[in-house]
Ligand binder design. Structure first.
Ligand code: SAM
Ligand code: SF4
Length: 321
């Protein structure tokens, strides 16, 4: 079992396999031209796996692959298979924008992927285009339907934005409800990369919209998840992630690995340590030492200050959200 310096059990590793993305969501990426880090800086799947395997042997039981857009990396199914074949009990999940999903969903499932979170911010083609800055909706919807058809467990993530998609909160809830899948509304988190005109809705504003159509009952948080569950009268459950009200730090069970090999103890904390040299030298013990040091230095609380967009200079598309 892995514990951090505050005696919290850490069993969840989020792995960003690329910072690159085929969308430019206004809440996540700068609208000014910017350059990606060179591809040579990326760790190979074999190198990432060397660390993940060691971390699983030390006590990681849940691995989520994210990005940037993880489906942009070729042969992702082979990476999924490496993790799954090491321990078939691992809770292996992926977060994707869904755009490239239709053609790879089956191979990912066959490789051992268990769960998928798909970001869907609008059901209107023009609004989806405005947010992602690309005409994306039709492909994303096809990706969702394919994932459901082949039996992957799907959740939808929506980030409600004032004056953009906040009139679609109930429509998206109904979209998920009709398909029997959970939707999670995520409060927009202010960050240095996002379009500065963007304003998000607070959790209570999101709930007010839903209450205009449905009676809702509070259920509670599931384990260490930042998502708080609510239930409609017919038993359908949805989630709300409201970091403006809760910091989730007390029960935080996660660490993050970037595509370049930085191990990050907290989303809103600039300090990180690299496992790159260790894995490139095949030095598994060295990588585990870095893991232990990062855990020992995991902060008790994050340093996020929503009024100060510079409170973390690291982009969500780099850390994987
Ligand atoms: N590209 C994939 C996707 O969009 O699902 C995976 C990476 S993305 C960084 C992971 C999650 O972070 C997505 O659900 C996205 O909506 C969320 N996200 C990104 N920027 C955010 C922000 N500023 N506030 C809240 N959620 C954000
Ligand atoms: Fe890309 Fe996901 Fe960020 Fe949108 S939220 S720009 S899809 S990484």
């Amino acid at each position: 079992m892995l514990k951090d310096g505050y005696n919290r059990e850490v069993n969840y590793l989020r792995v960003s396999v690329t910072e690159r993305c085929n969308f430019r969501c206004q809440y996540c990426m700068p609208d000014k031209p910017f350059s990606w880090k060179p591809k040579e800086n990326l760790l190979s799947f074999e190198e990432l796996f060397l660390f993940i395997k060691a971390a699983m042997d030390e006590g990681i039981t849940k691995v989520r692959i994210t990005g940037g857009e993880p489906l942009l990396r070729a042969d992702l199914d082979k990476f999924v298979a490496m993790i799954y074949n090491h321990n078939k009990e691992v809770d292996l999940a992926l977060t994707t924008n869904g755009y490239l999903l239709k053609s790879v969903a089956k191979s990912l499932k066959d490789a051992g992927l268990k769960r998928l979170n798909i970001s869907l911010d609008s059901l209107k083609p023009q609004i989806a285009k405005q947010i992602a800055q690309k005409d994306v909706l039709a492909d994303v919807l096809e990706g969702i339907e394919e994932a459901l058809k082949i039996g992957l467990k799907v959740k939808i993530n929506m980030v409600p934005l004032k004056g953009i998609n906040d009139d679609e909160i109930v429509d998206l809830l109904d979209f998920a409800k009709e398909r029997g899948i959970e939707i999670r509304f995520i409060e927009y988190m202010e960050n240095a990369m996002a379009n500065s005109d963007i304003k998000g809705l607070l959790g209570k504003e999101i709930l007010t919209m839903i209450k205009q159509k449905y009676k809702i009952k509070k259920i509670g948080r599931e384990g260490s998840s930042p998502s708080f569950s609510y239930e409609l009268e017919d038993g359908y459950r949805f989630g709300l992630i409201d970091p403006h009200k809760h910091d989730f730090c007390e029960s935080c069970n996660r660490i993050r690995l970037t595509a370049e090999g930085f191990l990050i103890p907290c989303l809103y904390f600039d300090e990180a340590m690299s496992i790159k040299e260790s894995v490139q030298n095949g030095d598994v013990e060295g990588a585990v030492e870095v893991l232990r040091e990062v855990l020992q230095n995991k902060p008790e609380k994050n340093r996020w200050d929503e009024s100060d967009n510079e409170s973390s200079s690291r982009a969500f598309y780099e850390t994987g959200g």
